[in-house]
Design a binder for this molecule. Structure first.
Ligand SMILES: [Zn+2]
Length: 242
């Protein structure tokens, strides 16, 4: 004989909210809710709290995860770098790393036939200056480029330039991204007196995927760019050396 007069325990209410109650207990809890407005109001409060908690923890978890990934990408890049000068720079970068990026660019490279979108929400909190980014995917038809041999896996996506201060004295640099099987990070308006930064491109999902390039001046152009060859589809971040 069950005692319906006993109030529900917090554990029972949480299990009820999360749908974890076994059938036998569920019946008893539902009967209690039908009779007891006190437990119903506690359950309502807990439900609101739980929803708020889940939202908060998804955002916080995402942020902490990305910070950990940035950290790991810098360590991995420094460890596997074979160019001694770049290795030294990566080690210094790693040593002075504050957990916030000076410039952070989110890249989603899509596989043929799949849809993708650029996700930049929440990245502001990971950037040193709190800059806001607005990118737009600009698909370019291959036919219009007259490249018949581009291959079925090639999809060109251009991202609208974002303006950013790359150094205190420079003009606003414009960052553009392009894909042609490769990922090209292009910076317009980069001051030629500045030391070109290294750029670490790394996958958000796959720890094995990270590459380092130095921003270099393009031939026959005032632009600077970093060219990452044969980047598989995925979700990437490009991190600029401070
Ligand atoms: Zn009750």
């Amino acid at each position: 004989m069950e005692n319906f007069d006993r109030h529900l325990s917090p554990e029972e209410i949480i299990d009820y909210i999360e749908g974890k109650l076994p059938a036998g207990n569920l019946r008893r809890v539902e009967i209690h809710f039908a009779r007891c407005s006190e437990c119903v109001s506690i359950a309502r409060e807990m439900q609101l709290l739980q929803q708020a908690w889940q939202t908060w923890s998804a955002e916080e978890h995402g942020k902490i995860y990305l910070q950990a990934r940035m950290n790991a990408a810098l360590i991995a890049a420094a460890e596997k770098e074979e160019n001694p000068e770049w290795k030294e720079r990566l080690l210094q970068w790693r040593a002075s790393w504050s957990g916030k990026a000076r410039v952070l660019v989110n890249i989603v490279k899509r596989a043929p036939g799949s849809t993708s979108k650029l996700i930049s929400e929440g990245l502001e909190s990971l950037m040193a200056g709190g800059e806001e980014w607005e990118f737009e995917l600009l698909p370019i038809s291959l036919a219009s480029r007259g490249e018949e041999d581009a291959g079925p896996e090639t999809q060109v996506v251009k991202i609208k330039a974002a303006e950013v201060d790359l150094s205190p004295q420079s003009r606003k640099a414009q960052i553009q991204l392009e894909w042609e099987g490769d990922v090209i990070v292009r910076v317009k308006n980069f001051s030629p007196t500045e030391k070109p930064p290294l750029i670490v491109l790394f996958s958000k999902e796959n720890e094995m995927r990270s590459w380092v390039k130095e921003l270099t001046k393009e031939k026959d152009s005032a632009d600077f760019s970093a060219h990452f060859a044969r980047v598989p589809p995925g979700n990437y971040l490009a991190l600029f050396e401070p």
